[in-house]
Design a protein around this ligand. Sequence first.
Ligand code: NDP
Ligand code: GDR
Length: 342
Amino acid sequence: MKKAFITGITGQDGAYLAKLLLEKGYEVHGGVRRISHPETTRLDLLGITRDIHLHEFDLGEPNSIFRTIRALMPDEFYNLAAQSFVGASWELPIYTADVDGMAVVRILDALRTVSPETRFYQASTSEMFGLVQEVPQRETTRLYPRSPYGVAKVYGHYITMNYRESFDMHASSGILFNHESPLRGKEFVTRKITLGLADIARGGNAAVELGNMDAKRDWGFAGDYVEGMWRMLQQEEPDDYVLATGVTTTIRDFFTYAAEALGMSLDWQGEAEAETATDRKTGRVVMKVNPKFYRPAEVDLLIGDATKARNALGWTPQVDVQQLAQMMARADYDALATQKAA
Ligand code: NDP
Ligand code: GDR
């Protein structure tokens, strides 16, 4: 039986990956931070909390990382933990640099020292592409990060490549474009939209307040993307791969898809800071822009080219952006009835 260790197992991707690996017959271990009340909501919702082994683990503690690796000597190590919210990274730039950047070399160096045969996956991101250099973006596109988060992830990406080349380690990075699900954190724009609209559909009267409506993202379903992570570690040779759908959508269009899934039909009015959306059926304002949610520097356009992953890994995403918006909006609408949302 193969043994895997997942950092960030309580997060969106960690939960889906743990489920996938259990289905594939792995012994699944994961790291959780020491907090007063361990948060396993996502694992509970997927019904797998009892099937996995949780270990106290913090990316800020080199000894915690070292001890965990030495005790488990896993076949595969997936580094999914991060301060993953781009917007917060301007408020927490040093913490973000440590957890999203420096922690990667803490793990790699511990693996190199005590478990060099372990296969390593690093959660790299399309946020590293930042300011548009090429469309669509692929593995060879020049990196130009636009946030402290993106900059920290660039370090994690290059140090993974460097340990692969320096020490012949099986270390791969997945450059993943945005992927979402009903388990997505509530501060990310897709989930903020589907939760807000579900609340309105259930009779709530607070309009969803958003920032830049013109940003474009290549959104896929997290369940599809964790399959790609696993496939990367099954390859004979380590490498870096983009995972993306190849379709880009504005925040406005995602909002429209989610609203339609809940039976609303929208009128859009105004521009920039004055933009609003009204539900034609009820006449209620369901979205208004609040400049508080603008970012100091924005990534305007992300669209990925996953040809390499398709050819080498046989990976293709199964869920398109409209199906995704529908899945998330309906899940939030249903969960509001029972208060069981992730
Ligand atoms: P989430 O924010 O849902 O999960 C992050 C996880 O990291 C949580 O389990 C969190 O634990 C854990 N964590 C945070 N800080 C620490 C720390 N100091 N020590 C140990 N654990 C910590 O992220 P996602 O699942 O969405 O993303 C997974 C990874 O993929 C992240 O690295 C992210 O940056 C990257 N990524 C995500 C994309 C996406 O669209 N989702 C796209 C590209 C890359 P806790 O539960 O205690 O908060
Ligand atoms: P992103 O995701 O920054 O791409 O990072 P997020 O959903 O936070 O933002 C996407 C775009 O929406 C715009 N936006 C808003 N965003 C949020 N969160 N809240 C708002 O109210 C709002 N209004 C408009 C943003 O400006 C942005 O353009 C995600 C994370 O999962 C990262 O960890 C991951 O690396 C990247 O995706 C790929």
